[in-house]
Design a protein around this ligand. Structure first.
Ligand code: ADP
Ligand code: ZN
Length: 635
């Protein structure tokens, strides 16, 4: 290519040109530019980036660049057949020739796509791993490779290859064939799973030893983390949604299918549009609910962990946990589904003594071997420490993944503890009293009791049971009358969470562990958060939003503050977008993100050129929709 040409206008296959013309974005984020260059040049890469970090562009831009250099088709391996349609739709909207092959297609459609692929005309082909490794597909890939038309492999959700991960898929193991069979074709594996064990596993199992590893910060600065003491969790949840997220889309995680169904029904009764999702529902119900969640606004999805992987809806404004997740990895993954678009979002969790007891019991009663259980307990403990923390939760979360950080800065959507540092009280003495009371029970007759009875004895309450057991004669009777019942529950929860106490049997009776002695001896200081009467509202996080929204409107607020006319333009654009989305059978955010519409409503571009400057408006969308948008804006 002549030098003059490169100087005047960048080559059509340059990453910057593609980013701008195809996706309508002005700059790469973080490591994206480096990753893209590395893969275009033919290198292998392992990309660890949080949800919302922008992983898709890391393989889409190289795929387009290499296609424009006549290097053919990129093959994207994705476990989520149900979401391929939308991902491909998004690319086609941006003018990129893409397709997927999965079991939902007719024979005719498959043949048409195969022709496009074999002719090297497709830019990206999405397939599930089990399909990729069929003899038929491999023969087709062989032929493409012989003709130099296999541009790259992208392995999305790469943690599925790891048994340590939470989404292990047998089919992913067969993907090492790619390296053996096509050593010359660059491979890029991507995941948002952060822990070391899974990383190492991905590298060995996918033979990525020579790949460059790109690790981004796992901080999600737009997510506000918060934990509330469980009181009446459903009501607390409802209040949280009504106060902070009216009209927003969100996900509520519960542990059991039954609780999912009940919670969804209850929220619906309270006037929200809540849908249920769990593995016990028929495939068609699940698909319908997922589609509605993706395509409509303001849906609250109440779900087990069966829901969520690969859901790339950008405007999920909150993720709530009504039950404690299994560990920090799960908490991070699940909360990470909020705020992919970078706008403020909430990770909210209600947490209480029963959660600790239940999670412990689930581990104890699982059929797994002792080593596995020990590992699970350790992970649960780390999460409990995060839940009980009275310092910055973000710092603790990131520290768990080996990342050092500062407490929430002002620009961040700070965690609850940074927004409102909780008052603490020294519970060291109380903890000793509780443990010695249990010790006395033990001495007196070897009997074990649950938290309720223990608290009665500590507070000096003469109940029937106390009298029957003659517990008013114990030296510990009434020694904790100055501590409220609620405070006692927190103390006990902490003692269980920290492993000084364990619960047993169907009545959750309390028993000392071997480390309890450290507390009794006074070697352990326990600082606990003061019980707040009612969770305080707002805390400063949402002030701007509430103001912009005005009086209890049911509509979702625009992502940037707009005046009345601006908001009207935003709503008009949304109505227009809804039409287009319906016609194309795609979620609205694939046509344009809310942020792009809001920017249009604010900037009021009066020409196609001006409209093209707006982030998210690429050449194809400008051509397809530009005139209509200008018309909607009143030009
Ligand atoms: P991930 O797959 O890592 O969760 P996505 O690829 O879905 O993240 O990207 C998250 C959002 O950020 C998407 O809406 C995407 O369009 C947007 N995005 C990604 N990279 C950029 C960029 N360089 N400039 C502007 N927006 C971007
Ligand atoms: Zn913080």
């Amino acid at each position: 290519m002549p030098l003059a040409c490169t100087l005047n206008s960048p080559a059509p296959s340059s990453p910057d040109t593609i980013l701008h013309d195809v996706f309508g974005y002005s700059a790469f984020r973080g490591a994206q530019a480096e990753i893209v260059d590395h893969v275009i040049a033919g290198g292998d890469a392992l990309v660890l980036m949080p949800t919302g970090g922008g992983k898709s562009l890391c393989f889409q831009v190289p795929a387009i660049a290499r296609h424009r250099r006549d290097q053919g088709v990129a093959v994207v391996v994705s476990p989520l057949i149900a979401l391929m349609h939308d991902q491909v739709g998004a690319l086609e909207e941006a003018g990129v020739h893409a397709a997927f092959l999965n079991s939902s297609l007719t024979l005719d459609e498959v043949q048409r796509i195969e022709r496009e692929m074999m002719g090297g005309r497709l830019v990206l082909l999405y397939v599930a791993p089990e399909r990729l490794t069929t003899p038929r597909m491999l023969a087709q890939l062989d032929s493409l490779e012989e003709r130099g038309l296999l541009s790259l492999f992208a392995i999305d959700e790469a943690h599925c290859v790891s048994q340590w991960g939470h989404d292990f898929r047998e089919d992913y193991l067969a993907l090492n064939v790619l390296h053996e069979r096509y050593p010359g074709v660059p491979r890029i594996a991507l995941t948002a799973t952060a822990d070391d064990l899974t990383r190492a596993d991905i590298i060995t199992r996918l033979a990525l030893e020579d790949a460059r590893v790109f690790i981004s910060s796992f901080d999600r600065p737009n997510i506000r983390y918060g934990v509330v003491e469980k009181d009446d969790a459903r009501k607390q949840l409802l209040r949280f949604i009504q106060d902070e997220h009216e009209g927003d889309a969100g996900i509520v995680y519960c542990q059991s299918r039954k609780k999912v169904d009940e919670t969804a029904a209850w929220l619906s009764g309270e006037g929200l549009t809540a849908l249920a999702y769990h593995a016990g529902l028929g495939a068609d119900v699940r698909r319908r609910h997922q589609d509605r969640f993706l395509r409509e606004e303001s849906i609250v999805m109440v779900a087990t962990i069966a829901f969520g992987m690969g859901i790339d809806k950008p405007d999920v404004r909150f993720v709530a946990h009504l039950d404690l997740p299994k560990n920090i990895e799960a908490y991070y993954q699940e909360t990470g589904r909020a705020g992919r678009d970078g706008q403020p979002a909430d990770a909210w969790m209600a947490y209480g003594l029963a959660d600790v007891v239940n999670q412990r019991r689930m581990i104890d009663e699982s059929p797994a071997n002792e080593e596995f259980k020990r590992n699970q307990r350790g992970k649960l403990d780390a999460l409990l420490t995060l839940a009980e923390a009275h310092d910055c939760r973000r710092v603790r979360l990131l520290a768990y993944f080996g990342e050092a950080s500062e407490r929430c800065a002002a620009y961040q959507n700070a965690c609850d503890n940074c927004l409102q540092p909780p008052a603490t009280w020294d519970a060291t003495e109380a903890a000793r009293k509780a443990l010695s009371c249990i010790y006395r029970f033990h001495q007196q007759g070897g009997q074990r009791y649950g938290a309720g009875h223990l608290i009665d004895v500590l507070r000096g309450k003469t109940t029937e049971k106390v009298e029957q057991r003659n517990h008013q004669s114990l030296s510990t009777f009434g020694i904790g009358a100055d501590v409220s019942e609620a405070q006692w529950r927190v103390v006990l929860r902490q003692l269980i969470a920290l492993g000084y106490l364990q619960t047993e049997g169907e009545y959750n009776t309390l028993e000392l562990t071997s480390t309890a002695r450290d507390v009794l001896k006074g070697d352990v200081q326990m600082l606990l958060r003061e019980q707040s009467e009612a969770p305080k509202r707002g805390g400063g996080g949402r002030a701007g939003k509430t103001a912009a929204r005005g009086a209890r409107s049911k509509d979702k607020a625009p992502p940037i503050p707009l005046d009345t006319e601006g908001t009207a333009r935003f709503e008009a654009l949304k109505a227009w977008r809804a039409e287009v989305a319906r016609e194309h059978n795609l979620p609205a955010y694939i046509v344009f993100h809310d942020a792009a519409l809001a920017e249009m409503a604010q900037a009021m571009p009066d020409s196609l050129d001006a409209l093209g400057q707006i982030s998210g408006v690429g050449a194809k969308k400008l051509e397809a929709y530009g005139r209509e948008i200008l018309r909607v804006l009143g030009n």
